[in-house]
Design a protein around this ligand. Structure first.
Ligand code: PRP
Ligand code: HPA
Ligand code: MG
Length: 166
């Protein structure tokens, strides 16, 4: 197993930024369709999937439920629900949407379930990038992306104070 990379950098994403990037992803995907429906990878893929479904006017939406992180600690991936009942078959003509690929572990599992689906994420890190068909923004492997649903507005130390402490 590859050694875990420490997260030295932090990349907070606002709702507006996420909305803009998910719409940018919809623009990339529209010409690659037509699409029959979306399989959202819970939970992180749910918000991007909702935005893409709205933009591409897709109403057939299913979920695959995978969990592999306790906050920033990766553990064995657990599949809580597959896509057997969705009618997606081998995934031909379907989109799989997730918020990001990091190590690519989740992508490998979901791709096995729907080998012909088009896998799209808003963000990608280098290790997972080869597993995604379409993405918008790449960040380095040692960056932790903080999604808007995981963060709240709070006091931030002035840069001078942060600098003195480092
Ligand atoms: O490429 P990987 O290393 O597999 O990491 C990416 C996956 O990790 C996160 O999900 P997580 O399992 O934390 O569950 P969540 O979506 O419910 O937060 C994220 O939403 C991706 O699905
Ligand atoms: O950088 C990340 N941010 C949020 N969730 C994640 N799950 C894997 N990597 C990340
Ligand atoms: Mg996830």
């Amino acid at each position: 197993m590859p050694e875990a990379v420490p997260f030295n950098k932090h990349f907070p994403v606002s709702w507006e930024e996420l909305h803009r990037n998910a719409k940018a992803l919809a623009w990339r995907l529209i010409d690659k369709g037509p699409w029959k429906g979306i399989v959202a990878v819970t939970r992180g893929g749910l918000v991007p999937a909702a935005i893409i479904a709205r933009e591409l006017e897709l109403r057939l939406i299913d979920t695959v439920c995978v969990s592999s992180y306790d906050h920033q600690n990766q553990r064995e991936a657990m599949v809580l629900k597959g896509v057997e009942a969705s009618g997606a078959g081998d995934g031909e003509g379907w989109l799989i949407i997730d918020d990001l690929v990091d190590t690519g572990k989740t992508a490998v599992i979901v791709r096995k379930m729907l080998p012909k689906a088009h896998f799209a994420t808003v963000y990608a890190k280098p290790a997972g990038r080869p597993l995604v068909d379409t993405f918008i923004t790449e960040v380095s492997q040692d960056t932790w992306i903080h999604f808007p649903w995981d963060i709240e507005l709070q006091f931030s130390q002035p840069i001078a104070k942060q600098h003195r402490g480092s």
